[in-house]
Design a protein around this ligand. Sequence first.
Ligand code: BGP
Length: 491
Amino acid sequence: MNSKVFPENFLWGGAVAANQIEGAWDEDGKLPSVIDTVVGLHSRKPSIKWNQNKKIWELNLDPTKTYLTHEAIDFYHHFDEDLELMHELGLKAFRTSIAWSRIYPKGDEDKPNDKGLEFYDQLIDTIISKGMEPIITLSHYETPFNLVAKYGGWTNRKMIDFFIKYCQTVFERYKGKVHYWMTFNEINNLMKYPYVAGGILPIPPKNLDDPLSDISLKDCFQASHNMFVANARAIQILRKIDNKAKMGLMCSFSQLALYPNTPNPKNVFGAYLFTRKSFFFSDVMCRGHYPMYIIRYWKENNLAPEIEQGDLELIQNFTCDYIGFSYYKSSVFDVDKKMKVDTGGPIGIENPFLKVKAPQPWNWPIDPEGLRYVLNILTDRYELPLFIVENGLGMDEHPDKKGCIYDKERCDYLKMHIEQIAKAIQDGCNVIGYLWWGPIDIVSAGTGEMKKRYGFVYVDRNNDGSGTLRRIKKFSFSYYKQIIESNGTDL
Ligand code: BGP
């Protein structure tokens, strides 16, 4: 491949989230976040109960369930050796999140938890000392549980101040060290996962058995509005504290690789309308105003959120510097079939034109050209730098008799996606980096299992929680290293 396609400073890297890797869920003062109360995002029922006297939700863990994120791969105590492996892999960037509830365990206290800050001091310094750029997500499905249990989460405007207090603490602390921030991971998953992505809980609840069924679309629009204001205010204070640092939005944009099943205009326009469910978020955070299509929708369905004076100016004045997004798969829209969504994006009709078989049982279609398509759509719409902060292949893998893991499919997946990124750059897209999701095996966000492995490094931990936590390099380790060393030319 032409050696000049990828810019010299292209950020080749890997991405994880605190809750999926760290473990130590209740150590050193950390209190639970929303994700600690579920076994994966797909699970309908969080392990919580309503306390009628105190009028608050409480944690109610189920002893028959295995909450793998609570220990995860124990990165909290292994980060030095794990980051050494990432260094050996040649990563130029490492994305993780700060677990908000390590810094402000309850979310509404005045003083941060020193132990939590000390952990991230060490972590961020280690990332930098090993030659990697830290890329930090402020909230990766990690709203402190107390804020949700006591205030109802993001439907409550008070959340904006709690979030900004946390942002201010970490922006000041990591000024000059972190150059790339993102506010909310996959904010456009809010409608699908209102509890985990939007930190929403009804207070008081109507339905004790299934409290999430009480969450209305209006709640979701209110939460998203409050998050937009929080995003704008975070950008405002970041510019004051560290004006060299950049703030990105983060969306799941597998949602944009949505193809009409037939030329039937109902399928073509229907697919387009479906993508607006995601464009809604990036339109507001990149263009700085609510698009007409949503204002009309609110009006016709009585769904308009409460907007306070000054909110719209903030949203207008403080837009994101770059677009961070995840891309895993594409899907096909047919007007006669209900679309579903999971952590990887929409699920529609099967696409007969995709030739590479998707790993089972998750069945996420493999469509590298979909990534080029998404990069082009985003460039045409926003003309902003694009950062692929998640892309990867999850498989059920085990070491063979010799202890080796030969993951040729992962190498093929990488090759095909990087070829398409190169084409998109040649198309004129300003792609600033590519982060592989889960460069070391971690807990799956969707299903909460270890079995779905994305890593170049295997971790010996199983779905039932057993395992030695030993790390083993997979075959793909040297392949990604070679890609990075050659700046994307040696595929
Ligand atoms: C995204 C999340 C990640 C991640 C990834 C893969 O939605 O931002 O947290 O885990 O999807 O999903 P899964 O873990 O369900 O395979």
